[in-house]
Design a protein around this ligand. Structure first.
Ligand SMILES: *[C@@H]1O[C@H](CO)[C@@H](O)[C@H](O)[C@H]1NC(C)=O
Ligand SMILES: *[C@@H]1O[C@H](CO)[C@@H](O)[C@H](O)[C@H]1NC(C)=O
Length: 299
């Protein structure tokens, strides 16, 4: 690790490490503490040797290491950036306009009255795509696209996310993604409370926070289409090649985001699917998870 990366790491951890109420208070500078921990993790040296190198007691070196490891897990897991517990991404679908295909054109004619295929995407907190599913005809409902995707199969068989659990209001909250009303409520996919049934103040607040989190995927679509305008109006290639174009543009989008490239903002097309998933027959546990998060955010 270069000195720059090391100092940057210290700055990231510093607010947590210098907080008054942390369990372990240390008089050693943050740089020494982080140094002890990294040295231990990188070399696997005995604490006796590390103690000599850094001029700290043996048991202190051990405690410091535990504490820094905890801090890294608390502060630096990507999940922490959402300002909502346990969120790993936001999902949505968007229509990509195409020329009416010769085969089954009616299937591609969407509710907004143009021919399209659907891009389903999950983005992370940096607005980069980490899962995409392209090519379903525009008429298909978002929930059905999801149900057919490998994302769904991995979500259901428990291989999508690590098993990190956070206990909130006596409920085990798993890692999950955020979706809109069109999606089903699942242990790994949370959506707003249905409006129209009369929401409590806490539920309204939860819905607001969730929609804020979901903006990341809307913004990502806006940037994607703003940068790669063949996706904005109509993708004028044969239907057999459309999926490749879309997927390449998503990859280029991530490439540009990593490189901090600029983009021209596009008015975000309102892709809200009119069909709302009725939330009938979801497992009770999903409701409990959402309620626990709702209560947690209201505190
Ligand atoms: C997904 O859709 C395809 C094509 O309609 C179908 O052959 C396949 O069985 C579906 N898979 C799942 C998991 O629903
Ligand atoms: C889970 O589902 C994915 C996608 O279908 C599959 O590749 C993977 O092998 C499955 N894993 C288990 C443990 O079932």
């Amino acid at each position: 690790m270069t000195k720059t990366s090391f100092l940057c790491l210290c700055d990231i951890l510093r607010p947590y490490l210098t907080r008054e109420n942390t369990r372990f208070r240390s008089t050693f500078p943050v740089e020494v503490r982080v140094g002890v921990c990294l040295w231990r993790l990188a070399t696997n040296l005995e604490f006796r040797s590390i103690s000599h190198l850094f001029g700290v007691g043996i048991s202190t070196a051990c405690t410091i290491t535990q504490h820094i490891v905890t801090a890294i897990n608390r502060v630096m897991r990507p999940l922490e950036r959402w300002k909502l517990p346990q969120v790993a991404g936001a999902i949505d679908g968007t229509h990509i306009g195409i020329i009416a295909p010769a085969e089954d054109p009616a299937d591609y004619y969407n509710r907004k009255h143009f021919y399209s295929v659907i891009l389903q995407a999950v983005v992370d907190h940096r607005m980069q795509f980490w899962d995409i599913n392209v090519g379903w005809p525009g008429k298909v409902h978002d929930a059905r696209v999801l149900a057919n995707s490998s994302l769904y199969r991995r979500g259901e068989n428990g291989t999508l996310f690590p098993g990190w659990i956070e206990r909130l209001n006596n409920v085990d909250v798993p890692v999950h993604i955020l979706g809109d009303a069109a999606y089903p409520l699942l242990p790994w996919l949370l959506k707003p409370y249905p409006v129209g049934r009369g929401l409590t103040e806490a539920q309204t607040h939860f819905n607001f926070r969730l929609s804020q989190g979901r903006m990341t995927v809307e913004w990502a679509f806006g940037r994607l289409k703003g940068r790669w305008r063949c996706l904005l109006k109509r993708c004028d290639v044969h239907i057999s090649f459309v999926n490749q174009i879309i997927s390449a543009c998503c990859i280029l989008h991530n490439y540009c985001e990593i490189a901090n490239e600029e983009w021209e903002d596009e008015d975000i097309v309102d892709d809200v699917d009119d069909l709302v998933d009725p939330e009938i027959g979801h497992q009770a546990i999903c409701g409990q998870i959402r309620d626990a998060l709702c209560e947690y955010l209201a505190q």
